[in-house]
Design a binder for this molecule. Structure first.
Ligand code: MN3
Length: 202
């Protein structure tokens, strides 16, 4: 079974009023994410060791292996983007009470969480991702990963929310202003309902 590009969970113009235009979403989903899926399928076709494996299995079996870096990069990016589309919402930005309580418990305040997330997202040099994860100790944490890596590959906990900070995710809307893109995500786009559901399922 070949891997497939999942459909966006909202129309491509659904986030335009909240700082992510239709062209960004169409290029990011239809071109960038599709390219990772196509490349991954190409590797699977040529390598028997990757066949009949789940995406999670391919990410973990290829991590840390220089000769498998292209497989890891594309599998990781497919994994990351599947999550990312669900981390955006046309009604984003509102934090459900149960998640807010946990954020206050572990970060001190919502503002402290947002500051930590902004720091992670803006100090990830070059391409990568910022994450809100539930650590194995049961505490929420903010982390960042380079390029196509992710919390699964780094055993960094269960991701509740991930933000793509590759330039392709924000350049049309914010040009070089990554900090504005991150703030806009946290205040207007982040699907905290999804994060809350992930937390409850953990
Ligand atoms: Mn991307």
């Amino acid at each position: 079974m070949a891997f497939e590009l999942p459909p966006l969970p909202y129309p491509p113009n659904a986030l335009a009023a909240r700082g992510m235009c239709q062209q960004t979403l169409e290029l990011h989903h239809g071109k960038h994410h599709q390219a990772y899926v196509t490349a991954l399928n190409g590797f699977v076709e040529k390598n028997e060791a990757l066949q009949n494996k789940s995406l999670d299995e391919i990410v973990t079996l290829s991590r840390g292996k220089p000769d498998m870096a292209p497989v890891f990069n594309n599998a990781g990016q497919h994994w990351n983007h599947i999550l990312f589309w669900q981390n955006l919402s046309p009604s984003g930005g509102a934090i459900p009470g149960s998640l807010e309580g946990k954020i206050v418990e572990d970060f001190g305040s919502v503002d402290a969480f947002k500051d930590a997330f902004k720091t992670a997202a803006t100090t990830q040099f070059g391409s990568g991702w910022a994450w809100l994860v539930l650590g194995s100790d049961g505490k929420l944490k903010v982390t960042k990963t380079p390029n196509g890596s992710n919390p699964l590959a780094e055993d960094a906990g269960r991701p509740l929310l991930g933000l793509d900070v590759w330039e392709h995710s924000y350049y049309l809307d914010f040009q070089n202003r990554r900090p504005d893109y991150v703030t806009n995500f946290l205040d207007k786009l982040a699907n905290y309902e999804f994060a809350d559901a992930q937390l409850k399922a953990a």
